[in-house]
Design a protein around this ligand. Sequence first.
Ligand code: NAI
Length: 251
Amino acid sequence: MAVITGGASGIGNACAQLLAAAGARVVVADRNEAAARAVAEAVGGIALTLDVGDEHSVDTVVAAVLSQCGVPQVLVNSAGVLQRTLPPEQLSLREWDFVARIDLRGTYLCCARFGAAMAERGSGAIVNIASVAGMGSGPLHSYGPAKAGVINLTQCLAAEWGPRGVRVNAVSPGFTQTPALEKGITTRTLSSDLLASNAAMGRVIEAAEIASAVAFLASTAASAITGVNLPVDAGYLVATPWAAYGGLRHC
Ligand code: NAI
């Protein structure tokens, strides 16, 4: 059984589809109740309403999952919000907190609660959705540090729970075609041409391509892999330093 936070949309939705197709019973846990229900219906799973930033909400969902389905084999933490590109002079502390509360604190809370139950049982796999934004600098002064925190949290928990059979890994997507990215493009914060041309492969990524990496890390095919952060970025990280030499972008 697999719990997917943020499973109602984008990358989480793609993970729900793929894990269900692979035979897992899927719990779609999302703050968007109607969308979670639609995805759960489509994959024959269960929908639960969840705000990952709220301790009470996480505890309620954990209790419901444990009583209805038992301890999950897999937890995918995909719930997250993107951030507007703003300099610190214009980024309110309220917005900074909002992003960090969901992207870092929310990921920690879900890991802590579900991971504890997995560790007690002696098995489980957690995959956290981080970001290439957490692997270098960018104009995202809350989102970037929050995702860097997710990568470090993944390493800390992998060491903590390795002795008790729980693997914890991260996937760091590059720019991925999802409703969240689409919103950034339509509100003109982001340009789809620029996003594509900065990747070595000259394109953005499909949500299903992120889900493939998640499914691999969650599966027994990755039984000796823990504490890693796997970028799935169409070559964004390897291509961006070439700009200093006038190379690539895009050819
Ligand atoms: P999305 O907006 O399509 O899906 C995010 C889902 O998370 C939505 O269903 C939303 O309702 C849910 N959610 C948001 N806040 C929540 C909360 N407090 N509690 C529970 N659910 C909540 O976004 P997308 O693009 O699929 O993003 C998924 C993850 O991938 C996020 O963590 C994001 O930071 C990460 N990511 C996305 C990239 C992209 O280019 N789309 C690139 C790198 C990372």
